[in-house]
Design a protein around this ligand. Sequence first.
Ligand code: ADP
Length: 192
Amino acid sequence: MNFKKEKTYVMIKPDGVRKSLIGDIIARFEQRDLKIVALEMFMPTTKQIDDHYPKDEAWIARLGQKTLSTYEKYGVDANKELGTDNDLEIGKMVRAWLVDYMTSAPLVRMVVEGIHAVDMVRKICGVTIPNFADMGTIRGDYSSDSPAVANSEKRAVMNLVHASETPQEAKHEIKHWFGDREAIFEYERFAD
Ligand code: ADP
């Protein structure tokens, strides 16, 4: 395994594109020595997004749990707000909002390569919920969204960027979004 050449999949989400943050987001990866080896703006289909996010119940329930834990923290009654306090039911709603959100504007897809790229990119992005993301991260610097606000507006949390969570997921997502096209480049930077 060559850790220096680890690859990860990154997607700038509709809010990142519509807030004119494409350049800034890419710059944050490059300034941390990561290398962009594939890059493209495109409009996703609903099916592509639906296939991108996992469909297993454990993953869907985890989405619901994120809503429930912020509701608990801020004293919101899930039953009153969403008509249920079941994590799987809430997760299903959130997943549908996520598909709407991700197909609402063009996205930018890229493959980023470098030392421990998967973990490094996740660190640069910050945690999922911008409200909790540290300053200095992409999500912490440019968004303050929270599930409590998003779900009351019947939408997903807008957090600017998607990044693979594990090397296995990265491999799967790179294949899903770039297929076998020769869109992933090998080149030497001057610094190399
Ligand atoms: P990440 O994108 O950080 O890997 P997840 O895979 O858990 O996070 O969730 C996928 C996306 O779903 C998040 O990036 C966010 O846009 C949205 N999301 C997650 N949990 C919620 C929630 N409880 N309510 C609304 N949107 C959510």
